[in-house]
Every structure is written in structure tokens, then in C-alpha cells.
Design a protein around this ligand. Sequence first.
Ligand code: IMP
Ligand code: MG
Length: 181
Amino acid sequence: MANLDNDIEQILVDAKQLEEINRRLGNQITKDFKDKNLLVVGILKGSLYFMADLTRYIDLPLKLDFLAVSSYGSSTRSSGSVKIIKDIDIDLAGYDVLLVEDILDSGRTLDYVSKMLSARGANSISIVTLLDKPERRVVDLKPDYVGTDVPDEFVVGYGLDYDQQYRNLPYIGALKRSIYE
Ligand code: IMP
Ligand code: MG
């Protein structure tokens, strides 16, 4: 029987650390959005687990929506061009949007998405990313909330995939290079 754990070189963020991150970010977001009109927009599919857990720590009325953008395919590097595959359903006028991303790498995806959404008349656009690889940034983009930084390695689990696999791992791990090289 294939075991997903065998393909992981090292666990970088375990389930307990993920819970601590979600509690800390959720508490901070609860304070910061107290008097706002919060719309949480998850970028599919990687933000699925993070968004589900994070929003349970946000003690405010809020709405949820989703956006899907073109993905990596089976490569481990971003192509540089971003395409919207599924747009949000809600009219953004009057909302304070919190974009939820799994990992910030080059920054191209969030740069494109946040510009696109702010052009639609939202009150404000903020960004929360579970993971950040600051060394790899090519566009000048600063997230408002970061779970934790990770080294420049390909990571999977808790929503993050390699070739659509490994999303269901209950932790974040570095994928063995032999899997993708
Ligand atoms: P960016 O546009 O280069 O910032 O890429 C962000 C997107 O690339 C994320 O939403 C992920 O889908 C994907 N990505 C970047 N690094 C990794 C990784 O280490 N593991 C899995 N997906 C990644
Ligand atoms: Mg993604």
C-alpha cells in the first residue's frame, strides 16, 4: 500500500503548529475587521483546509467566496501568467475583502488577483497567506498576515499539492526531490 508519508523528506509545520497559527491569525483578524464588512475569498484549491480552519477562529459575521486561478500543472515552478478559471459570485462593492492563499512564492498570483479585485470597487483588499517563501519574490507584494515562512523547497499537505496529490496530508512537509526531479 502506498503511504503518503513516505514521500515526505521532513515535516515543516505539524498539525499542532497549524492550529496555533490559525488561532493567532484568527484572533488578529477578528480585531482588525471588527467594524468592517468582511468577505473572505479563498483561492482554490490550495486554500481549502486553511480557510476552513482559519475562519472558525474569526469571531465576526462574514461571507465566504472562492476564486480559482490557473495552476502549476505538474511542474514545481510558476509559469508567470495567471488565468481566472472560476470567478467569485458576489458583487464586491462595499466589502472588505480578505484574500486567503496557501503559499506566497513569486507573488504573481496574488498581485494579479488583488489588482483585479480592487478594480471592482471593494472597500479594501487584504491578504492572508499560510506560508511565505520570501526569498522567491519577483513582484513587490507584502501580505498583511503570514502564518509562517518556509525555506525554498517544494512543500505539500494541508491543501498544497504536487500534481493534485498530497493535499490531504494533515501537516506541511517538504516533498522528496526524487518525486519531482
Ligand atoms: P506565485 O504566483 O509564484 O506566488 O505562486 C503561488 C502559487 O504557486 C500558490 O498558490 C501555489 O499554488 C503554488 N506554489 C508555490 N510554491 C509551492 C509549493 O512549494 N508547493 C505547492 N504549491 C506551490
Ligand atoms: Mg495556489
